[in-house]
Design a protein around this ligand. Structure first.
Ligand code: BJW
Length: 253
C-alpha cells in the first residue's frame, strides 16, 4: 500500500501545470530490463562499450545486434499500469508534459499525448552516411559482412542518443521550459545519473515546484527532492491517480 504526503496530494489536486520525467524503471514491469539494476542491460557490457558512436564504428555488428534484440523486446512489450496511470493523469491538467528518457514508445502506446523523447526512439533507424531513415527491410537484412547497411552503402544506426551526442533539436528546451513552469514535478524510475535529464527535477525545484520521486530505491538526487515514494511504479502510480481523483471529488472548505 503506497503512502503519499498530504502535501503531494494537495499540490497535485490544486496544480495547473504538472511535469513528469520517466526512466527505464517505469518499463521494468513491462519486461524491459533497466540499464543499471542487477540483471540490467549493462551488467555485462558497460555503456562506453556500446552506447557511443566510436564503439558503434569499431564494432557495428555487436551494437546493431544489441539494438536488434532490444527492438524485439520492445515490440513484444505492452504498457503497464504505471504508463496507463500517467496517461490518465495527463487528462486532469491543461498543461502536462511527460518527459521520457526511454526509447521504447510505451507512453505513447498507453495514450499519453504530450511526450518529449529525450533520447530518441529505438524503433527508428537511419543511415550514418546519407541520413536517410532506414526501412524495415534495411534493418532485417544483413549484408555479406553481417551488418545492416543502407542502399547507399552506409552503416545503419538506431535513432537514439548515445553518450557525447547532442539531444534532438528542441527537446532539451521543451523539457527545461516544462520544468521551470510546473507546479509539481514527478521523477519516476530513473537512477538520475545521466545528464541533462537528471538536472530537470532540480531545475523544477529551484523554480518553486514540489518535486517527488517514485522509485524502488533512492536515486542519485533523492536528497535534493521534497519527497520519495518507494515502490514499483506500476503499483504506486495507479494508487497516486486514485488518491488525486478522490481528493478532487472532495469539496474544499
Ligand atoms: C524502478 C522499477 C520499478 C527499477 N518502478 N522504479 C553533466 C555532468 C556530468 C556529465 C554530463 C553532464 N552533461 C552531459 C554529460 C555527459 C553525459 C552524462 O550524463 N554522463 C553521465 C553518465 C555522467 N551525457 C551525455 O553525453 C548526453 N549528451 C549531452 O549531454 O550532450 C551535450 C554534450 C555533448 C558532448 C559533450 C558534452 C555534452 C547524452 C546522454 C545519452 C544517454 N543515452 C542512454 C542510451 C540511449 C539509447 C539506448 O537506449 O540504448 O540513455 S544511456 C541510458 O541511461 C539511457 C537512459 O535513458 C539513461 C538513463 O537511465 P535510467 O532511465 O535512469 O535507467 P537506470 O537503469 O539507470 O535506472 C533505472 C531506475 O529505475 C533505477 O533507479 C531503479 O531503482 C528504478 N526502478 N524498477 C520504479 N518497477
Amino acid at each position: 500500500m503506497s503512502s503519499f504526503s498530504a502535501e503531494l496530494i494537495n499540490r497535485l489536486t490544486t496544480a495547473d501545470s504538472v511535469a513528469v520525467l520517466t526512466g527505464a524503471g517505469i518499463s521494468a514491469e513491462s519486461g524491459i530490463p533497466t540499464f543499471r539494476d542487477p540483471g540490467g542491460l549493462w551488467e555485462k557490457l558497460k555503456p562506453e562499450e556500446l552506447a557511443n558512436f566510436d564503439a558503434f564504428m569499431a564494432n557495428p555488428q555487436l551494437v546493431q545486434g544489441w539494438y536488434e534484440h532490444r527492438r524485439h523486446v520492445v515490440h513484444d512489450a505492452q504498457p503497464n499500469a504505471g504508463h496507463v496511470a500517467l496517461a490518465e493523469l495527463e487528462r486532469l491538467y491543461e498543461d502536462f508534459t511527460l518527459i521520457t528518457q526511454n526509447v521504447d514508445d510505451l507512453h505513447t502506446r498507453a495514450g499519453s499525448r504530450h511526450v518529449v523523447e529525450l533520447h530518441g526512439n529505438i524503433m527508428r533507424n537511419y543511415c550514418v552516411s546519407c541520413g536517410r531513415p532506414a526501412s524495415e527491410k534495411d534493418v532485417s537484412t544483413a549484408s555479406d559482412t553481417g551488418v545492416f547497411v543502407c542502399p547507399c552503402g552506409g552503416l545503419i544506426r538506431p535513432d537514439v542518443v548515445w553518450f557525447g551526442e547532442m539531444l534532438p533539436p528542441g527537446v532539451v528546451e521543451a523539457a527545461d521550459a516544462a520544468a521551470r513552469r510546473t507546479d509539481v514535478f514527478l521523477s519516476i524510475g530513473t537512477s538520475a545519473i545521466v545528464y541533462p535529464a537528471a538536472a530537470l527535477p532540480i531545475t523544477a525545484r529551484l523554480h518553486g515546484a514540489y518535486v517527488a520521486e517514485v522509485n524502488v530505491r533512492e536515486s542519485a538526487i533523492t536528497d535534493q527532492l521534497d519527497e520519495v515514494v518507494i515502490g514499483p511504479a506500476g503499483e504506486v502510480l495507479p494508487a497516486l491517480l486514485e488518491t488525486v481523483l478522490a481528493s478532487r471529488r472532495t469539496p474544499r472548505g
